[in-house]
Design a protein around this ligand. Structure first.
Ligand code: NAD
Ligand code: UDP
Length: 331
């Protein structure tokens, strides 16, 4: 049945793919975004569709719309972007969650939270099942994101228990694919863009840390399956259990792009998790979901996207982010 669906963060990497898939299924989609890390280009091809609407709005402010479902994706996801204005990041997660939950409560909408593997922090349990409570620094540079997302999960479950709000909470593990920003700062886009430009690939630390990379189409398919499943709030992990060191990833990207780039080593950022791999048993059992696209194939699609993008002059202009205003001191 056709639904009216609000997607916050809908002009971002994941959000734009979700808008597209939900429209393809015949739904009406309202995409809300403040365009901090999202781009109008990501949704330009959807603008002429009668079932699609774009609202430029900041989710830290309340909004009223009549909808059947809400997907809450609004939040910068790449470490350089979420650390750029850390206070805004935590406000986006916490006030954003309060605003979408309040809306869901008023209009009786099912509401989905894009949580993250970061809530497990630098994990002492490997791979990470949903029952693991995590190992997170409360005062580090990643905390604005990790703790913001943890509070958002808490708010989702409190609104569910206290007000009967119909929630779905997914913990997303590193996902990549077309429409990541070329200067996004996350490892897959960094390595591909560096390799295509003939620049050195920057490994932070010694490259032995691991991540598990999920291709965007698999993840979006999991989102939609979860949202259509009754009597299951989550939290549920969605990700690809294939685990790689950053050195392995760099070598694979170099092999596929065939360029002359070399690998250089840079200092490891603080609190960078050593290892990460989802335990997806719950997603398999409750959603009948598992990823299908192996890293090698997903990288081919992503490399093709960036090769095309880097041919356009706009891709070579650095993005200008407004500096947060610093309070004046008296002396
Ligand atoms: P992204 O940065 O491309 O998308 C985030 C979107 O939210 C952007 O369009 C941005 O402009 C918008 N946004 C940010 N602050 C906002 C605000 N205050 N009001 C309205 N819009 C705002 O990142 P993404 O990878 O597409 O991530 C989407 C969601 O999934 C995020 O919540 C992120 O935390 C979560 N997630 C992503 C990954 C991943 O690997 N891609 C992993 C874990 C969690
Ligand atoms: N990383 C790297 N080089 C880069 C960007 C990231 O070696 O140019 C490392 C980073 O330190 C981390 C891993 O790659 O260990 C994944 O980083 P990303 O920012 O993509 O995601 P997250 O750390 O949030 O999982």
């Amino acid at each position: 049945m056709k639904k009216r669906i609000l997607i916050t963060g809908g002009a971002g990497f994941l959000g734009s793919h979700l808008c597209e898939q939900l429209l393809n299924q015949g739904n009406e989609v309202i995409c809300l975004d403040n365009l901090f890390t999202g781009r109008k280009q990501n949704i330009a091809h959807l603008m002429s569709q009668p079932n699609f609407e774009f609202i430029r709005h900041d989710i830290t402010e309340p909004i009223t719309v009549e909808v059947d479902q809400i997907y809450n994706l609004a939040c910068p996801a790449s470490p350089p972007h979420y650390q750029y204005n850390a206070i805004k990041t935590i406000k986006t997660s916490v006030m954003g969650a309060i605003n979408v939950l309040g809306l869901a409560r008023r209009v009786h909408a099912r509401v989905f939270q894009a949580s993250t593997s970061e809530i497990y922090g630098d994990p002492e349990v490997h791979p990470q099942p949903e029952s693991y409570w995590g190992h997170v620094n409360t005062i580090g540079v990643r905390s604005c994101y990790d703790e913001g997302k943890r509070v958002a999960e808490t708010l989702f479950f409190d609104y569910h228990r206290q007000n009967g709000v119909d929630i779905r909470v997914v913990r997303i593990f590193n996902t990549y694919g077309p429409r990541m920003l070329p200067d996004d700062g996350r490892v897959v886009s960094n390595f591909i863009v560096q390799a295509l430009r003939g620049e050195d690939l920057t490994i932070y630390g010694d490259g032995s840390q691991t991540r598990s990379f999920c291709y965007v189409d698999d993840l979006i398919n999991g989102f939609m399956k979860f949202m259509e499943t009754d009597d299951f709030t989550g939290p549920v992990n969605l990700g690809n259990p294939g685990e790689f060191t950053m050195l392995e990833l760099a070598e694979l990207v170099l092999k596929k792009t065939g360029g002359k780039s070399k690998i250089t080593f840079r200092p490891l950022p603080p609190d960078d998790p050593r290892q990460r791999q989802p335990d997806i048993t719950l997603a398999k059992n409750r959603l009948g979901w598992e990823p299908k696209v192996p890293l090698s194939e997903g990288l081919d699609h992503t490399i093709a996207y960036f090769s095309q993008l880097l041919k356009s002059p706009a891709a070579h202009q650095p993005r200008t982010m407004k500096k947060p205003v610093r309070p004046q001191t008296l002396n």
